[in-house]
Design a protein around this ligand. Structure first.
Ligand SMILES: [Zn+2]
Ligand SMILES: [Zn+2]
Length: 507
C-alpha cells in the first residue's frame, strides 16, 4: 500500500480481532474463552492467571495484514496515532506481532524481547524491513516507484534480469527505495545499484564449487588448448540453474556465501591494500542481513517461527555475526594468494616478454578492425598496455571509456597531480606519448601510457560502431568490455596472448 492510500482505514484502539474466527470484538478475553476447544486456548486456561495477550496480538496482526492486502478495513493499533495516519508507517513486531509505529519499533523490540533466551541482535533498519515484509507493505509485484523509476534505468542485462526475477532482491530494492524516499534525485540509483550487487552475488553463488562440480569461478577459463577464444562470460547463468537467493540463504551454504561475496565485492583486489579495506564486502554483509531477515519474515508470514527453514535463517544470521569479518578477510587473502601464484606462473620471463611484445606489436599493427576480431583486439590491447606500463591488472582491466575519451596528448603537458611521483624516464614518456589516467592506490590518479602501436586498435574498441557491431551491451562503461556488462580480465588476456606466441612459434 502506498503513501496516502490510507483512506477507508479506520483505527481501533479498544477492539481486537479474534485469532480463530476473525471477528472484531470489544471484549476479546471473554470472546477467546468461547474457543476453549482450541489447543492454544486450552493451554492458556490451564494457567492460574490466564494470559491472552499474545493470542490477542496474533489475532490483531492477522486482521491488520488482511486490511493491508485488501486495502480496506480498520487497522488495530496499540496506540491511537497522532496526526496524519499512513498505514505503511506501521507494522508488526517480529517477536510479539503487536502493530507499532515503525519509528518506535526498535524501542518496543528491545523491551519485548528482553525476556527471551537465545536472542539475535537486530539493527533498527533490519527490524523495520522485517516488519514491512510481515505487514505486506513490500509486495510481490513492483511498487509504482520501482516500476516508474528504478526498472527503466536498469540496463537490460543478465544482472538486472537476475535481480528482477528474484523476489528477495526485489524486496531489498523496495526497502532501499523507501529508506531514501526523501532523496528524489538519488533513490533510484541507490536501489538499482544494491539490487545489481545482490544479483551479482546470486550469480556468483550459482557458480560456486558446490554447485559446479567440475570447477570453481576462480579457475574459470583454464584453456589449456589455447584455442584463441577468450572466456569472458563467467557470469552468464546456465539455463538450467535458476535457483534464487532463497535457496542459498541457508547455514550449510555459509562458506559459499562468503566466497561469493568476496568474488563480487572485491573483484579487483590484487593488492593487500584493497583487502585491508573490504568495504564492499561489509556493505554486502548488511544487505545479506536484510535479505535473510526478509526471507524469515516471508516464511513466518505464511507459517510459524518454529518452521525449520525459519530457524535456519536465525542460525545463518548468528553465523554471520560471529564469523563474517574473519572469514571474509581469510578468504580474501586466499583469493589474493592464488591470484599472485597464478600470475607468477603466467608472467613470462624477460626474454619471453620481448618475444610477446614483438608478437603483440605485429598483431596490433596488422589485425583487421572488424567485429570478428573484437575480443582478440581486447586481449591484445590489455596485454600490451599491462606489460608496457607494469600497472596492476585491476587498474588496466577496469579502464573506463570516459578515461580513454579524456586521455592526454603529448602537447597537453603533465599536471601537478601526477608529477610528484614520476621518474625522469616516466616524465619523458608522458611528454611524448598519449596517456590516460586511472585511479591507483588510495584513489590517486596514475598515468597509463598508450603505446603508439595500440592506438589504432583502441580507437576501434572505443568506437560506437565497433562496439555495436561486436555485440557489446550498450552502456557497458569499460574500454575492454566483455559480452555482458562487465570487463575482460587482464590475466586472461595475458594468458591468451602467451598461448598465441606459443602457437606461432610452433608453426
Ligand atoms: Zn472468535
Ligand atoms: Zn513485540
Amino acid at each position: 500500500m502506498n503513501q496516502g492510500q490510507s483512506r477507508g482505514v479506520r483505527i481501533y484502539d479498544n477492539r481486537h480481532a479474534c485469532y480463530f474466527c476473525e471477528k472484531v470484538v470489544l471484549h476479546i478475553k471473554e470472546h477467546l474463552k468461547t474457543h476453549r476447544n482450541q489447543d492454544m486456548v486450552k493451554d492458556i486456561l490451564k494457567s492460574d492467571q490466564p494470559n491472552f495477550t499474545s493470542l490477542r496480538k496474533f489475532g490483531d496482526d492477522r486482521h491488520n495484514r488482511k486490511c493491508v492486502e485488501k486495502k480496506q478495513g480498520e487497522i488495530i493499533l496499540a496506540r491511537r496515532p497522532k496526526g496524519k495516519f499512513d498505514v505503511t508507517d506501521y507494522g508488526p513486531c517480529p517477536n510479539c506481532r503487536e502493530w507499532v509505529m515503525l519509528d518506535h519499533l526498535k524501542l518496543h523490540y528491545r523491551h519485548c524481547q528482553s525476556h527471551e533466551k537465545n536472542t539475535v541482535k537486530m539493527r533498527r533498519k533490519d527490524l523495520v524491513f522485517q516488519a514491512q515484509v510481515l505487514a505486506g507493505h513490500l509486495k510481490d509485484e513492483p511498487s509504482s516507484l520501482m516500476s516508474k523509476e528504478v526498472l527503466p534505468i536498469m540496463t537490460r542485462d543478465v544482472m538486472s534480469q537476475t535481480a528482477q526475477n528474484d523476489p528477495l532482491v526485489m524486496a531489498l530494492g523496495e526497502s532501499w527505495l523507501r529508506r531514501n524516499r526523501g532523496n528524489v534525485e538519488k533513490r533510484k540509483y541507490y536501489a538499482s545499484s544494491r539490487m545489481r550487487l545482490c544479483a551479482r552475488l546470486l550469480l556468483a553463488l550459482r557458480d560456486t564449487k558446490s554447485n559446479k562440480d567440475e570447477k570453481t569461478y576462480l579457475e574459470e577459463g583454464d584453456d589449456d588448448e589455447g584455442d584463441g577464444d577468450v572466456k569472458c562470460e563467467a557470469l552468464v547463468p546456465k539455463a538450467d540453474d535458476s535457483k534464487g537467493l532463497w535457496h542459498y540463504l541457508k547455514p550449510n551454504h555459509f562458506d559459499d556465501i562468503v566466497l561469493a561475496a568476496i568474488k563480487c565485492a572485491i573483484p579487483n583486489a590484487d593488492d593487500e591494500d584493497d583487502l585491508l579495506a573490504p568495504s564492499n564486502a561489509i556493505m554486502l554483509k548488511y544487505d545479506l542481513h536484510r535479505l535473510i531477515n526478509s526471507k524469515w519474515a516471508m516464511i513466518v508470514k505464511n507459517g510459524s517461527a518454529d518452521d525449520e527453514e525459519a530457524k535456519n535463517c536465525k542460525t545463518l544470521l548468528a553465523l554471520m555475526d560471529l564469523e563474517w569479518e574473519e572469514r571474509v578477510t581469510r578468504f580474501a587473502r586466499l583469493v589474493l594468494a592464488r591470484r599472485k601464484y597464478e600470475y607468477k606462473n603466467e608472467l613470462p620471463s624477460p626474454k619471453d616478454i620481448e618475444q610477446i611484445t614483438k608478437y603483440l606489436r605485429k598483431e596490433l599493427d596488422h589485425l583487421e578492425l572488424v567485429a570478428d576480431n573484437f575480443r582478440r583486439l581486447v586481449a591484445l590491447c590489455q596485454a600490451r598496455i599491462l606489460l608496457y606500463n607494469k600497472r596492476r591488472s585491476g587498474e588496466v582491466e577496469t579502464i573506463k571509456l570516459q578515461f580513454y575519451a579524456s586521455r592526454s596528448k603529448p602537447s597537453d603537458g603533465i599536471d601537478e597531480s601526477l608529477e610528484s611521483d614520476l621518474s625522469p624516464v616516466e616524465k619523458h614518456l608522458l611528454e611524448s606519448q598519449e596517456f590516460l589516467r586511472v585511479r591507483g592506490k588510495r584513489g590517486r590518479p596514475v598515468p597509463v601510457i598508450i603505446p603508439p602501436d595500440a592506438k589504432r586498435a583502441l580507437a576501434f574498441l572505443a568506437s560506437v560502431e565497433g562496439r555495436r557491431s561486436s555485440g557489446i551491451v550498450e552502456g557497458n562503461p569499460y574500454l575492454f568490455p566483455n559480452s555482458v556488462n562487465h570487463y575482460a580480465r587482464a590475466y586472461e588476456s595475458l594468458r591468451f596472448v602467451c598461448g598465441g606466441t606459443r602457437s606461432t612459434r610452433t608453426t
